[in-house]
Design a protein around this ligand. Sequence first.
Ligand code: F6R
Length: 244
Amino acid sequence: MTSLIIVENEQEMGRKAADIIGNLINKKPDCVLGLATGSTPLSTYQHMIEDYQQSKTSYQQVTTFNLDEYVGLSANDKNSYHHYMITNLFDHINIKSGNTHIPCGISKLPETCKAYRQALTEHPIDLQILGLGANGHIGFNEPGVDFDSTVHVIKLDEQTIKDNTRFFESERDVPTQAITMGIKDIMAAKSIVLLVNSENKVKAMQALLQGPVDNDCPATILRKHPDVTIIALKKLFKNITIHQ
Ligand code: F6R
């Protein structure tokens, strides 16, 4: 079942997502979280940090798995998702670094995929946080991806490279490949929260809400998941009519 929460702004989006995460941790202190990077979850991470500081939500027993990492960037690279997670979340909460998992995009990629797949099987994800790509990707599962895919190396779409150039000095610096959880890994999460925050994603969100389930827009597969919550900004619904 999919539920849709429409929010006024990114702060409210972050608050709602952090509340869902906080409630899960209260109920299940040793839960497994699937995490995303990029601009979308930043406000969620800020609210998680606030909850940790003010309400003492403890991450002591929590395990995390990130969706993806760029191929070729080391953990120290300021554009790597390792660096992003450490600076935007992990350094500010009491999570054990040994309980955090992000695929390594540097070497032995087939072995890394296999080990990550195995780790995911051993630690089923309770709650997966997702952002949405303008082309409908989730994780880095680009259009055309096999819905049965597990952790794999993927060539990034031209649009993804263009969209992510904003984080790099120039388009030339954006890695062309990434290692990503597959659609099957994402769909195995017990519950999913998808955050949609900007106008360039309206088309993909409309396809997700109303179009056919089709790997041209990988996010449409989420319609087959039993527990998905979409949190989206109100301004994105100006030109979308929801058919009941
Ligand atoms: C990031 C990820 C991607 C992003 C998506 C949206 O870990 O898996 O699917 O969630 O590209 O990126 P932003 O949030 O930067 O618009």
